[in-house]
Design a binder for this molecule. Structure first.
Ligand code: DGY
Length: 326
């Protein structure tokens, strides 16, 4: 008999066909709406697998799904999941690393460039018919090439940023992570340093750490005060890694040149957030991995992981190997 899968993310036709060939699929496009939630509650008692993204899955939800074997997340980040509860319930959690690394680093660099060169603000000036002559120093941006790139978190995405900065823009690279990585130092001429030293010396500070109890609020008022007033912060990690009120204060009061933000403490960001009124902020709607190619690759990876788990094969991208009983 086919296993039951609850799908809460749209899949391309080929991926849907692949999934449906081996499982019985119940699609719930918006599991956070009242109707979607009711359908989810009906489906969970029979579900063997879940596939989707952005749904918080914790103890109460897992308790509704006694047959559940695997949740295949279409994301690299796993901060929406209570992994300890997954372990208690013996449910496997998989994610989609690797396939989004380069695209997410592209997003980080796009934000860095756009903020430094004031691309969005100045495009707005053109668009609104306010380009009346050569722009003057008040609209000048700041150079990127040759400036110091500080990367907080030197995992796959951090390394892909270092590659862009070092080889593409001749940037000296500083990084902060649990440990020094000699291969990174060698490839990118990078230097491992303490967070406060990185904040003090970098012209661009890019956040790429996962959101955990340890990284929540990592960049607060004190850390922002260590940065150069000419520096730019880029956040492609998670909103809560930064104390948003402190960031707004620093940006409003000229203690920071600008910020490129793909993530926010609340998403979607509130339309009355002061961040949206600041010209020195480039906000994007959590588009780190959002290209057609990469989102398809992520979905394919999630389908593979889910089907493997339901066939009792060890999935490639297992987040909680401790729950594997293979
Ligand atoms: C990820 O894959 O974690 C992206 O940030 C989307 O949530």
């Amino acid at each position: 008999m086919k296993k039951n899968v609850v799908l809460y993310k749209a899949l391309s036709a080929p991926l849907m066909a692949k999934l449906a060939a081996e499982t019985d699929v119940t699609s719930i496009p918006d599991p956070t709406s009242a109707e979607g939630l009711a359908r989810l509650r009906d489906a969970l008692p029979h579900a063997h697998g879940l596939l989707g993204a952005s749904l918080r899955i914790d103890e109460p939800l897992l308790a509704l799904a006694p047959q559940l074997q695997v949740v295949a997340s279409v994301s690299v980040g796993v901060d929406k999941y209570d992994v300890a509860a997954f372990d208690r319930h013996g449910v496997l959690l998989t994610n989609t690393p690797d396939v989004l690394t380069e695209t997410t680093a592209d997003t980080g660099f796009a934000l860095l460039m756009a903020t430094a060169r004031r691309v969005v603000e100045l495009a707005g000036l053109v668009r609104h018919g306010q380009w009346h002559g050569s722009i003057g120093p008040a609209q000048f941006g700041t150079d990127v090439h040759g400036k110091t790139l500080g990367i907080v978190g030197m995992g796959r995405i951090g390394q892909a940023l270092a590659q862009r900065g070092h080889f593409g823009f001749g940037m000296p690279v500083l990084y902060h992570s649990h440990r020094a990585k000699p291969s990174v130092d060698e490839r990118f001429g990078a230097r491992h340093c303490a967070l406060h030293a990185l904040l003090r010396d970098a012209d661009f500070v890019c956040l790429t750490v996962p959101l955990t109890a340890e990284t929540k609020g990592l960049i607060g008022a004190h850390e922002l005060s260590l940065m150069k007033p000419s520096a730019i912060l880029v956040n492609i990690a998670r909103g809560p890694v930064v104390d948003e009120a402190a960031l707004i204060d620093a940006l409003q009061n000229g203690r920071l040149r600008g910020a490129g933000l793909d993530v926010f403490s609340q998403e979607p960001v509130a339309t009355d957030s002061p961040l949206l009124r600041l010209d020195n902020v480039v906000p994007t709607p959590h588009i780190g991995s959002a290209t057609q190619e990469t989102r398809e690759a992520m979905a394919a990876c999630a389908v593979e992981n889910l089907l493997a788990a339901l066939r009792a094969e060890r999935p490639k991208d297992l987040v909680n190997p401790q729950a594997w009983r293979g």
